[in-house]
Every structure is written in C-alpha cells, then in structure tokens.
Design a protein. Structure first.
Length: 283
C-alpha cells in the first residue's frame, strides 16, 4: 500500500476492558521517502506493560496523548537496570533502531499513546541519534503574539534518516499558512485547539500525515490557540531536483542569511511544484 496524505481523527477510548493493551492501526505502507511508514495508537491499562524490552530494525516515535506512562530504555531484553522516564500528555520519546525499549503504565488510569514506526535503510544500520526524550508542560510554553510561532525541539541524523526534525507550533485563531509541498514526509499531532487542512477539520488527539510532494496548508478555525507537534522525516532517497540545484546556485550568488534563504525558497517552490506535476503526467 502506498501512503499519500492521511488525516486520522482519534477518539480516545475510556478503557480497554479485558484486553489490558490494545493497539488501533491508523495507516501503514510505502511513501516516496520510506520503505515503510506505520502509525497506530494504543491504550494500556494501569499496571500493565505490553511486552518486555525489545529491539527491531525500525526507528520509532512514541507520543503520549492522554494519561501518564513510564518509558524504559534497557541494554537487553530484561528491565533490570533500565533507564526510566515518566511522560505525560504531549511528551514523546524517539527510539533508535535496535534500542531495547518498552512502556509501562503505573498510574491508576489508562494511558493512550501514539506511535510512528519507519524504515528506509539497511537491516543493520549504524546508530546515530540516541534515545531522545521531550517531557514538557504544554501550559508552560511561552506566549507569542505572532500568528504562527514554531519552537524547535531537536533535529539530527538517524540510522534511517538524513535528518529527523521536531518542533512544536502555536497557531493563533484565524492564523495559518497557504498550501505548499515539502520534499520530505511530515507528521503533525494536534495537541489542542481546532485546525483545518485539506478541507477537513482536525481537533486534539488527531494525526495528519503529508507524504513528500503533497500540497498542504493549515488554518486555525477555532477560538483558542492551537498547539501541535511537527515531525519531519528527511531521507537521502529524495534526490536533488533541477529546481533545488538552481536554488543552491542562487544561494551561492546572493548569500545565505535566513531572510534570503526564505526568499529563495518562496521563489523556487512554485517551480518545484510544477516540476512534480509534469513528472506525474509523464509517468
């Protein structure tokens, strides 16, 4: 199955009845950038762990949507001596390939969490970026008067990606940005507020996935500030196009300040979109 653009509205269940742990698949398949990209959310009952620490070739992101849980980072398949970090809503962890890990629900209420899992390299990749935690209080984010206010969380090379980038954005009511296309896959997790994209209204606990080359824009259509996590999955598989080479040439001629880089990107972006459209018509 090939993934294009996905918008998944998640209804957080109140419990998992007799199952103790239940995953809910959202999407899985190839993208222009990845051999496989999968996404699901799970509900875990109090006092339970879905499995002992395990490892696999794929990389993962785990985002807490509701409740709290302990994340275990271990050196092997036993939890003894594991690093333990407790995460709450909006917080997340990145698992490198072949890193032993698991999740454990210790509080008294179920925890709901979202996972992205991907692969785009060899079966035995070299580990680059290590386990990375972001545990923060959404209410403590600095207020901004700007309509669109992104805050960088981290970025770095991984075993499967030339760059994994994460930021959180605050979008004021009525603010947004026009449709554009990126040369990498983008996942958005709405944490609060209500936004509109691709003609659909998306509220908290929901997931938006844009494959590389897909046009997308966003607007806050609610009455409160919208907050959402953004993950960019950059991969060497998406080769430099003619328009990118032209942009690089322009950058050498007129400089590389942030303002000039922004101008170059806006000048070249329409050309890049036309090039993709021509390629689609000829294929």
């Amino acid at each position: 199955m090939t993934i294009s653009t996905e918008v998944k509205l998640i209804q957080v269940p109140s419990g998992v009845s007799e199952e103790k742990w239940r995953p809910f698949p959202l999407f899985s398949g190839r993208t222009p950038a990845h051999d496989n990209m999968a996404c699901h959310f799970s509900v875990l009952s109090p006092g339970h762990c879905p499995h002992p620490p395990h490892e696999h070739v794929e990389e993962e992101l785990l985002i807490i949507l509701d409740g709290q849980a302990d994340i275990l980072i271990a050196d092997g398949p036993q939890p003894d001596g594991a690093r333990v970090e407790r995460l709450g809503p909006g917080s997340f962890v990145y698992y490198p390939a072949h890193q032993f890990h698991t999740i454990r629900n210790c509080p008294e209420a179920p925890v709901t969490y979202l996972m992205f899992k991907w692969q785009a390299a060899s079966e035995k990749p070299e580990q680059l970026l290590g386990p990375t935690f972001f545990n923060f209080d959404l209410a403590a984010l600095p207020d901004s008067s700007e309509g669109f206010a992104p805050h960088l969380l981290f970025e770095g090379a991984t075993a499967h990606l030339s760059k994994l980038h994460a930021h959180i954005t605050q979008l004021q009511p009525g603010a947004g940005y026009p449709p554009h296309a990126d040369e990498y896959d983008v996942a958005i997790v709405v944490l609060s507020g209500r936004v509109e994209t691709l003609g659909r209204t998306v509220e908290s606990h929901s997931v938006i996935y844009y494959s590389a080359g897909e046009l997308h824009g966003m607007k806050n259509v609610g009455g409160m500030i919208a907050q959402y996590l953004v993950f960019e999955f950059h991969t060497p598989r998406v080769k430099l196009s003619f328009s990118e080479a032209s942009r690089n040439g322009l950058a050498e001629k007129i400089g590389s300040t942030p303002e000039r880089a922004w101008m170059i990107d806006r000048l070249i972006r329409p050309i890049r979109s036309i090039g993709r459209r021509v390629s689609q018509l000829m294929s």
